[in-house]
Design a protein around this ligand. Sequence first.
Ligand code: GDP
Length: 301
Amino acid sequence: MFETLSNRLNGVFDRLRRRGALREEDVAEALREVRVALLEADVALSVVKDLTTKVRERAVGQEVLRSVSPAQQVIKIVNDVLVEALGGGEGDTGIRGIDLNAPSPVAILMVGLQGSGKTTTTGKIALRLRDKQRKKVLVASLDTQRPAAQRQLAVLAEQAGVVSLAIVPGEGPLAIAARAMDEARRGYFDVVILDTAGRLSIDEELMAEVAAVKFATNPHETLLVVDAMTGQDAVQTARAFNERLAVTGIVMTRVDGDARGGAALSMRAVTGAPIKLLGAGEKLDALEEFHPDRIASRILG
Ligand code: GDP
């Protein structure tokens, strides 16, 4: 779809054909191409600026290696900067995936805009926790806006082989959340996943409702679900949810589409929260671990 960064940089350096150290002018020209590539991959402008500054600092004055072309050398630097910005190396110390290191039942709050894939992701996480980690999982839908949402989660729960909280018509989100926590305690569940309502766009009523649920249930994880295809909008969504709800992790969905994944970089930069998982399809087993290096090479094309 787009010309790869590698081709573009080869073009830049072919024209220059310089030897010795990478000079500031050469790097400046290469950085123009890097900037375009990142913007095309949906990285937010403010984040692109920070990244290109880091690349410049590292590249200028670096000796041109004999073994690789200057273009490859710059790409390596760009790649390293992206992997670091995506939280590379974190795996050595931090917890990848979902953190369940808390007394049972551990509550996980799922938040995000309507259509982001929240309910599907709730089913996927439930399946994974049951299947791979042998956890006893309860799921509950707090989405009282759309009658179908609660039933949708019940169907997914059944497919995932986990229990879903019985639906009580007319009950509000806070009451459902309290009942879910209660049932999880009484039934000795390890994990309770609360799927909150979404809206088509960020609004105060939604935020207030989810914030109240968060306060009442004190979840160990607050996972923001964002559609990778929303591109540049993802950064606003992530900022708004994080300011209000202190997100602990991000799940980026629809990476099976042709989005380049730059939204991951922007969301990580504005929230500081790690990207924990990727949704890669509609099926319940289409959930992947996040690997910074894979997303970095996808962004670079
Ligand atoms: P919610 O409104 O945020 O709860 O979103 P849903 O979970 O209902 O998902 C909306 C639509 O997106 C459904 O048709 C899902 O099957 C689909 N969906 C969710 N996650 C993914 C994904 O990772 N890839 C693809 N291709 N579709 C997804």
